[in-house]
Write a protein that binds this ligand. Structure first.
Ligand code: GYE
Length: 311
């Protein structure tokens, strides 16, 4: 009876809430899906969701948060483009007694009272899953890896690098020979991969590509094919996000592994805020989402399951 009353109270509290969402932009298919899923989840709960697109600029996110504070919204969601520089503006939200929830990325702060909870995956673990998959796949054979990093200074880029580095550290046959940011976009991912290919004997010296997201990996696949090589066989391809197009590439034999990142971060965030508003239920500081490894054997089914989710 208690949990039913709680969810009923939570639902009632949600129905008349207005929430401001400072979204990074639409740098990747995954981000576009997060935005479309957050609208669906808000609709389900009768929440008025106001989304501000920052075009990947922190100053635009800070402006949007200040505008949400001025509007007196019930809560503020932030997907922080970079990890630093949030204490002042989140302090202003705290002074206005507006709860803040972090989505899909975290911030560097000494004061975790600046946010109610963070709904994210374990991005260090994601990097480790990718590294462990590669180590198993090459089974002791020498392998030169190149890395396409996410947005400089963002928590997923920092953590996915950390996790991968730690996972391959005990495998002396795997060497990370080049690493550069592709800013989580297909265009930059392709450009950087083209430069890696040029610098590494036309790509012959490259055994694998580890990309911090599938969108950069899809750009890398195009670059590798244009260089006359076969991604997925000449060069192993492992990345993160589990977007439909990486499953298409897998089904075509052009990618080998991806790690799940659900686009539904907003659903749990809405529920945490509603419960907090209804009766002060304080959520855990971290609501963790799953990071499952996907391989080509289920690619077609996973593509079908995701293709209409707004990626
Ligand atoms: O992997 C990428 C997006 O913050 C974890 O941001 C998220 C990342 C995701 O650009 O596609």
């Amino acid at each position: 009876v208690f949990s039913c009353a709680l969810s009923f109270a939570g639902a009632a509290a949600a129905a008349d809430m207005t929430i401001g969402f400072s979204q990074i932009g639409s740098e990747s298919g995954w981000r576009a899906a997060e935005t479309s899923v957050s609208k669906i989840e808000a609709e389900k709960r009768g929440i008025d969701l106001k989304i501000a697109d920052a075009q990947q600029k922190q100053e635009n996110q800070i402006k949007a948060i200040r505008s949400f504070i001025a509007q007196g919204v019930d809560a503020i969601f932030v997907a922080p483009v970079v990890a630093t520089g949030w204490d002042d503006v989140l302090g202003e939200a705290k002074d206005a007694e507006i709860p803040v929830v972090l989505l899909d990325r975290t911030i560097d702060t000494k004061d975790d009272s600046l946010y109610l909870t963070a709904v994210t995956s374990d991005t260090v673990h994601e990097g480790a899953v990718a590294g462990e998959w590669l180590a198993k796949e090459v089974a002791g054979k020498d392998c030169n890896v190149v890395e396409l990093q996410g947005t400089v200074g963002s928590s997923p880029a920092i953590n996915r690098k950390k996790g991968f580095d730690e996972a391959i550290a005990s495998h002396s046959n795997i060497k990370l020979i080049r690493s550069q940011t592709g800013d989580f976009t297909r265009t930059k991912g392709k450009e950087v991969m083209e430069s890696f290919i040029k610098a590494e004997g036309g790509g012959k010296n490259i055994c694998a590509v580890y990309a911090h997201n599938d969108d950069m990996q899809i750009g890398a696949i195009q670059a590798i094919k244009e260089a006359g090589l076969k991604p997925g066989t000449d060069i192993l391809m492992v990345s993160i996000d589990a977007v439909p197009d990486i499953f298409k590439a897998m089904a075509d034999g052009e990618a080998n592994a991806t790690v799940e990142l659900t686009p539904n971060m907003a659903g749990p965030a809405f529920d945490a805020v509603a419960a907090f508003k209804a009766d002060g239920t304080v959520p855990p500081k971290w609501i963790q989402t799953e990071s499952k490894l996907y391989l080509p054997d289920t690619a077609q089914a996973e593509y079908e399951a995701r293709k209409d989710l707004g990626y």
